[in-house]
Design a protein around this ligand. Structure first.
Ligand SMILES: Cc1cc2nc3c(=O)[nH]c(=O)nc-3n(C[C@H](O)[C@H](O)[C@H](O)COP(=O)(O)O)c2cc1C
Length: 550
């Protein structure tokens, strides 16, 4: 952890002038690499891990978002705040509370965790403002989540389910724009048409958003239907909006090269990555130069490489220990072929319950596992460990199922077992590297083969992406989902009855119209979309200068 400064010192400084739009963006260093907001996954330890791969000049260009917090819970509940956002060593209190002096701790610490945007979901402007005011001294902007497509957001009426209520969206953003001492930003998904999305974007900007993030997928595009994000639509929006508008693009960024490509193809200011970042926290960093001594980065005989999973897992665990105030482990130098191999024969001790796995693990409470360690019990950096490691080790565990079993059985906060799993991972990687050397790279040839999906032409499938991105299991690499058409071919998804009926009706209607020599009438869907576009246009006619200044 970096040195601490006290808020007392900060309070002596003159109050900062509130900047907006591009002036604000430039004031935080014009970041172009953006760590996406991710529930339970873009917490402090993960953000620091991502930063650890960057050179100082790259680091100056990185902006991170916190996970989405629920505004009302955050504003009202001390326990919720304590377990999600540790900005100060003392409990985080609403403005005006006594005592007012707080010591920076982890989240938003000026020496380690900036620039940082805190994201909330909300549907009540007052609750959003109350929550935003608590975090404002500890971050650079507050972001409104307008993209969450999950069932919980539908139930709670937030995220992407506010799309139909543009007036409420305006009110939420504008309340922060007018009343909060720091800027407000927003993250949206695209709508069915370009025009509807443009009207939506204009509404968000006119309400006062300083930065607009566009996730190039529609609300329906989740799970097996995720598919490819629409960069063309983002480029088109970029061209339609005033030049001064600050925009981030989100979606389809799987590896480092995609970041620059996305910047180029969309023309935006910054590129946000979520899943690509989770499977490779080094995604924003340029790979080390060939010949540069870097044990943690592996390069194959074909010149392709990546960060080694054992290196990444070591770094991650050490950062978590640091965040918990524990001593960082003394570790043996990372193994490379030619190094001492005696340790490869050492037995790794896993707890009996994890090793045997005869029955499913008892659901022990975190308190029990943490053995009274307060820091572990209330840390927001502990809950996401298992999911993080599954993302990092996804390819390794497909080969080494004993690691997968151990990771599946580890209990939240059981740091000793995570450490034992690391020892296992280190041995697997070392053996994999030795075998690769002894076989002249042949040991991995079969693993690297990519089979086409039956019934789906290569150009319509994810096969090309897999061929481009696939690496040996000992390096971190993207998790490539099958495209919806592949998921259909594999039977993982089926069209809903409603969709099948709609398609049938559509086909009949077309056939009838063609038979009668008529122009094909618009489908109900197209009519609905058109109505929505018009409704949005009615609500949102703004002048260019309004858009620039919000
Ligand atoms: C584990 C996970 C958690 C997420 N949580 C949030 C969130 O809290 N707020 C949000 O706006 N989006 C959230 N998202 C969506 C991402 O921010 C991003 O918009 C989406 O994954 C598309 O980007 P990608 O193609 O780089 O993954 C989450 C995504 C993932 C994978």
């Amino acid at each position: 952890m970096g040195p601490e400064t006290t808020a007392q010192a900060q309070q002596c400084e003159a109050p900062k002038q509130k900047l907006h739009g591009r002036a604000f963006y430039e004031s935080i260093g014009s970041p172009k690499y953006i760590v996406a907001p991710m529930v339970d996954q873009s917490e402090y330890a993960w953000r620091i891990l991502t930063r650890s791969f960057l050179s100082p000049s790259e680091n100056a260009k990185l902006l991170a978002y916190t996970p989405m917090f629920h505004a009302r819970l955050f504003a009202d509940t001390q326990k919720y705040r304590d377990s999600h956002f540790q900005a100060t060593r003392e409990p985080l209190l609403p403005p005006g509370s006594v005592p007012p002096v707080t010591t920076p701790f982890l989240d938003g610490n000026p020496s380690t965790d900036r620039p940082l945007f805190v994201q909330f979901c909300a549907n009540d402007p007052d609750a959003l403002l109350a929550a935003a005011r608590i975090v404002a001294p500890h971050c650079d902007a507050v972001d409104l989540n307008l993209g969450c497509p999950q069932g919980i957001a539908r139930k709670g009426h937030y995220g992407a389910f506010l799309q139909e209520d543009q007036q409420l969206i305006y009110k939420l953003i504008n309340t922060l724009h007018v009343n909060l001492e720091i800027p407000v930003t927003a993250k949206i998904r695209i709508l069915e048409t370009r025009e509807a999305t443009l009207a939506y974007a204009k509404n968000v900007l006119a309400a006062g958003a300083s930065i607009l993030t566009v996730h190039g997928r529609r609300r329906e595009q989740k799970g097996h239907l995720t598919g490819v994000a629409d960069w063309e639509m983002i480029r088109w929006l970029r061209e339609q909006l005033p030049k001064e508008t600050v925009m981030f693009a989100n979606g389809n960024v799987l590896e480092h090269g995609d970041v620059e490509e996305c910047l180029e193809r969309t023309g935006v200011d910054g590129v946000m990555s979520a899943e690509g970042n989770l499977s490779n926290p080094g995604i924003f960093a340029a790979p080390p130069e060939v010949g540069q001594k870097e044990r943690g980065y592996w390069r194959g005989r074909d010149g392709k490489g990546g960060w080694r999973v054992d290196e990444v897992m070591r770094r991650y665990l050490d950062i978590v220990y640091g965040a918990l105030g524990r001593e960082v482990k003394k570790r043996r130098e990372l193994f490379v072929p030619g190094g001492e191999e005696g340790w490869l024969e050492e037995a790794v001790e896993l707890p009996e319950a994890v090793r045997k796995g005869e029955q499913p693990p008892k659901k022990k409470k975190r308190e029990e596992v943490a053995k009274g360690d307060e820091a572990v019990m209330r840390s927001p950096n502990v809950g996401g460990m298992q999911a993080h490691l599954f993302n990092l080790l996804r390819h390794l565990v497909s080969v080494h199922t004993d690691v997968r079993d151990a990771l599946a059985r580890v209990r939240m906060g059981d740091l000793e077992t995570f450490e034992a799993i690391l020892a296992l991972v280190e041995q697997k990687v070392a053996r994999g590297l030795l075998e690769y050397e002894h076989t002249n790279g042949e040991s991995i040839a079969e693993y690297l083969k990519v089979a086409p999906v039956e019934g789906v032409p290569d150009q319509e499938s994810s096969v090309g992406t897999l061929r481009r991105c696939k690496r040996p299991w000992w390096v971190v690499q993207p998790i490539i989902r099958p495209l919806p058409v592949e998921a259909l071919a594999k039977g993982a998804i089926r069209p809903t009855k409603k969709e099948e009926k709609r398609k049938e009706a559509e086909a009949k209607r077309k056939a009838r119209a063609e038979q009668n020599g008529n122009i094909v009438p618009k489908s109900d869907e197209a009519k609905i979309t058109e109505e929505r576009v018009n409704a949005l246009k009615r609500k949102t006619s703004f002048t260019e200068s309004e858009l620039v200044s919000g």
